[in-house]
Design a protein around this ligand. Structure first.
Ligand code: TLP
Length: 345
């Protein structure tokens, strides 16, 4: 039980005592010179888990996605992605501004492009038309409520793109949530794609950092882009040390967050004037819609007054994310607050 129940995001997780200890003890060196042993260990572990040749430690998921786009496209190309994905909505148009690529957003059911949609979106060679440079996927899918796609679905989409000679990037900010939910090894989700970003600083609770993994050649390019973006850090083993703890100790417990999300969703589904699709609650995110004018705003403010923090992500939609700093009692407290506030709606 916590004084404040913070469901705004799993990015709010605090580092564990084991992380702080590992950070204090970390062996470090200059990582721009590729001499930080802790960073090297983290990158090697990430590459092994994702079944890729190499890994690169970056400051954030946003930076991981950007260096992946920059390393696999050239200005004037187009990247194909889902309309609600993070790269298109929340990365400050970096692919367009820094990469000079055009985004081609496509509306999907659950956040995942189908092989057919990919085949239709890939452009034919023509002097008038931007060449297709990259297909981007997101798993789990944030704005669709933590929905997941299976390794088979990823393989089918990747095959469609590869058949046309187009590489595939996976924004796997929360890919461990998908792996734990489906009880499949991480590599099954990442082997079919050319590059993947995953985050240490969300459900895995590290204070900072993401990994980008792919071929050795790709990581060479990504390392250069990271430097250009100002992301070449020095004795950054102090951060990588927490990342190692995240990968070694924090993955399996994500199942607990999923159970909490389910409990929360079942409570929310009973509220008046609230719409929630329980079938979409597959991992640690719960998104619901409030069918009452001003209802979403009221819920956020009234919850805050009861020390429950939730996040409004659209005019009528609310997102709650479960994580290691929210326990079962906290979930019950949140449902109690929702029930009190919506009484009589
Ligand atoms: N998502 C954050 C916000 O930016 C919305 C959150 O609270 O969920 N890909 C996906 C799917 C993400 O959800 C996020 C962060 C990122 C990339 C970017 O990671 P960071 O925040 O490390 O740049």
């Amino acid at each position: 039980m916590h004084d404040v129940v913070d469901l705004r995001s799993d990015t709010l997780t605090l580092p564990t005592p084991a992380m702080r200890e590992a950070m204090a003890r970390a062996e470090v060196g200059d990582d721009v010179w590729e001499e930080d042993p802790t960073v090297k260990r983290l990158e090697a572990l990430a590459a092994a888990r994702t079944a890729k040749e190499a890994g690169l430690f970056v400051a954030s998921g946003t930076m991981g996605n950007l260096v992946s786009v920059l390393s696999q496209t050239r200005p004037g190309q187009e990247i194909i992605l889902d309309l609600d994905c993070h790269i298109f909505n929340y990365e400050v148009a970096s692919a367009a501004v820094i990469g000079g690529v055009q985004t081609r957003p496509i509306r999907t059911e659950r956040g995942f492009l189908s092989p057919q949609q990919v085949r239709e979106a890939i452009r034919p060679a023509n002097i008038h038309i931007p060449p297709s440079g990259l297909v981007c996927l997101e798993n789990t899918h944030n704005r669709h409520g933590g929905t997941l796609c299976t390794p088979d679905e990823i393989r089918d989409v990747a095959e469609a793109a590869h058949a046309a000679g187009v590489p595939v990037h996976l924004d796997g900010a929360r890919i461990f949530n998908a792996a734990v939910a489906l009880r499949r090894p991480l590599r099954d989700f990442t082997a079919p794609v050319d590059s993947v970003t995953f985050c240490l600083s969300k459900g895995l609770a590290a204070p900072v950092g993401s990994l980008v993994c792919g071929s050795r050649e790709f990581i060479g390019h990504a390392r250069r882009w990271r430097k250009m973006l100002g992301g070449g850090m020095r004795q950054v083993g102090v951060l990588a040390a927490a990342g190692l703890v995240a990968l070694e100790q924090m993955v399996d417990r994500l199942a607990e967050d999923h159970a909490h999300a389910r409990r929360l969703a079942e409570g929310v589904a009973r509220l008046p004037r609230v719409r929630l699709d329980l079938a979409r609650v597959q991992t640690n995110i719960v998104i619901f819609f409030v069918d009452r004018p001003g209802g979403a705003e009221t819920l956020v403010t009234e919850c805050a007054a009861r020390k429950v923090k939730i996040h409004q992500i659209g005019p009528t939609s609310i997102r709650c994310v479960t994580h290691k700093d929210v326990d079962r009692e906290d979930i019950d407290q949140a449902v109690e607050a929702f029930t009190e506030i919506t009484q009589g709606w």
